[in-house]
Design a protein around this ligand. Structure first.
Ligand SMILES: NC(=O)c1ccc[n+]([C@@H]2O[C@H](COP(=O)([O-])OP(=O)(O)OC[C@H]3O[C@@H](n4cnc5c(N)ncnc54)[C@H](O)[C@@H]3O)[C@@H](O)[C@H]2O)c1
Length: 410
């Protein structure tokens, strides 16, 4: 292993993720060969990496000399043959099954000993491995954007991925300073699945006409200590990207009502209101970072049963140190309850261990606590009471929890 890891790392695709992954590996001392289909694309990527190293020097995070060494470690190519001696090759090209398969097949025959890691967000690692004929050497290595900064890497085990391929990808990511979680090859892996209710349940509160986008964002930040509310965050991610991820995870999981797309969010995207990048999404954004709600709701008064009120109060007593109005507590409990439920379903379906689910949600999306450790603090009975009471208020059974006793929240 030790004599292997200093071989060059290959990165295929010099876009947002490929350039970031190349920077992360080079920054940690590894020689990197960055490949794309056109010279201008690799040149642009090299330029953007250089600028990022310059900024790190300006911020005194690294010395001029270190920055120069990091940049020297990255070479670029438009000839895939140059990747033949790489130990690990990370594929970060367009999210298209046929194109990825073609590239994986090609690189697999050029670099015959290399581990081939795909950075796919939504495709099956097993299917990509099978279709490219090198299933044992293919693993998922899911980085988060921006790759040099985000600490998490989800390592995805395809059905035929060899143990040694998983181990080598894991060791390399750790050597680059990343926190690694092990995930089975399931739709959305951990983060893109367990985070869905943060957005979806928030949109459903809007659809129910119970609160405005800023009320929901404020409640999640104040009571939950989430760094950014769901609407401000989806405006940053791009409402279109967020909708596409929801659709993909929902369809690949067999259309569970819990993860069904929000009609309101989809209509926002159809109107071209994609978030910050289009100037308007859930909020209208201006150059001075003024953000004014752009999804109009005239909230009706919250009317809930005594049973649900009690379940929310019991949940909030343990889940937050901050007091709030009944509406704020309702928003917080409904959204966080949805996240905890998804995390419990994910453990029941053996997506990952509870520890790795918690780690992934803290490192991959900045959650203040892992959903399962949070649930354990509150008490699993109280979570079940909340979910049962919420489930009585909906027609689609989406708050149904995994059978009691099948999940140990931590
Ligand atoms: N952008 C994100 O936030 C993010 C996060 C995690 C994972 N991902 C995944 O990472 C992958 C890349 O995403 P991105 O956002 O960097 O895309 P991007 O569009 O920024 O870059 C893709 C690059 O791949 C290149 N490419 C296309 N076809 C190629 C081929 N046949 N051979 C070599 N290079 C080719 C393109 O020229 C382009 O430079 C996707 O699978 C995506 O799902 C993206």
């Amino acid at each position: 292993m030790t004599n292997k890891v200093q071989n060059s790392i290959g990165v295929i695709g010099a876009g947002t993720m490929g350039a970031g992954i190349a920077q992360a590996a080079a920054g940690a001392g590894w020689p990197v060969i960055l490949f794309d289909i056109e010279q201008t694309l690799v040149d642009q990527a090299k330029d953007s990496i250089t600028k990022r190293f310059v900024r790190l020097v300006e911020k005194k995070r690294i010395s001029q000399e270190e920055a120069a060494h990091c940049q020297e470690r990255i070479t670029t190519t438009i000839s895939m043959d140059d990747l033949s001696d790489c130990d690990l090759i990370v594929e970060a090209i367009v999210e298209d099954f046929d194109i990825k398969t073609k590239v994986l097949t090609q690189v697999g025959s050029i670099a015959r000993d290399a581990i081939i890691a795909t950075n796919t967000s939504s495709l099956s690692v097993t299917d990509l491995g099978e279709a490219s004929g090198i299933a044992e050497r293919v693993v998922g290595m899911h980085f988060f954007n921006p790759a040099p900064i985000m600490p998490l890497v989800e390592i995805i085990r395809g059905e035929k991925s060899s143990e040694s391929a998983i181990q080598r990808a894991t060791l390399l990511a750790e050597a680059w300073g990343k926190t690694v979680v092990q995930v089975s090859d399931t739709p959305g892996f951990i983060v893109n699945r367990v985070a869905r209710p943060y957005y979806l349940e928030s949109w459903r509160i809007i659809e129910d006409g119970l609160a405005t986008v800023d009320q929901i964002d404020d409640a999640m930040q104040a009571l939950g200590e989430f760094k950014m509310g769901p609407f401000m965050l989806t405006d940053l991610i791009g409402q279109d990207i967020n909708v596409a991820t929801t659709r993909s995870v929902w369809q690949r999981l067999g259309n569970p009502s819990r993860l069904a797309p929000s009609a309101k969010q989809e209509s926002l995207v159809e109107r071209g209101n994609l978030g910050r990048k289009s100037g308007c999404g859930a909020y209208a954004h201006d150059d001075k970072d003024n953000n004014v709600p752009a999804v109009f709701v005239e909230p009706q008064e919250l009317e809930i049963s005594e049973n649900l009120t009690n379940a929310i109060n019991n949940f909030c007593l343990e889940a937050t140190c901050t007091s709030g109005s009944m509406l704020e507590k309702y928003i917080f409990a409904r959204v966080l309850g949805g996240i905890m439920n998804e995390a419990m379903w994910a453990t029941t379906e053996h997506v990952a261990s509870s520890e790795d689910i918690d780690t992934a949600m803290k490192m991959g999306t900045n959650y203040p606590q892992g959903p399962l450790e949070w649930a354990a603090k509150i008490g699993i009975e109280k979570i079940h009471c909340l979910l049962a009471a919420l489930n009585e208020t909906v027609a689609d059974d989406r708050f149904a929890a995994p059978p009691f006793g099948t999940v140990s929240a931590n």
